[in-house]
Design a protein around this ligand. Sequence first.
Ligand SMILES: [Fe+2]
Ligand SMILES: [Fe+2]
Length: 129
Amino acid sequence: MLIEKVNPVAFEPMNEIHNKELEYINKLFDAIENNGDIEKAYEEFLNDVKEHFAFEEKLMEKYSFFAIIPHKMEHSRILNELEELKNKLDNREYLQDYFKKAFVPWLENHINTIDTVTAGFFKMVNATI
Ligand SMILES: [Fe+2]
Ligand SMILES: [Fe+2]
């Protein structure tokens, strides 16, 4: 298992999405470590990341969140990275390194900073999905 949990934020639907994402990350990491179907696990993981970001962006737009631009920029930067990583799916060492040293620290930091602020805002405005 690569990552067991992330810090909760103030808006429950986001926690559900974050927890679901951890499952996909761990499934992918398991495939990388144990010679599983990396292509399939990566596709599922990437789709989940896209859904995760789209969910937050849709709500930010709906409620005109004040920091929507920097938040969306962080999402699109990491999505570009993940698209690039498709060229490295045959390199398990590289993938392990990327997820341990880049993606997971990024995700934790993203959740602890901009997602936390965004969730506080959603709670404040009583956002509904
Ligand atoms: Fe998030
Ligand atoms: Fe986010």
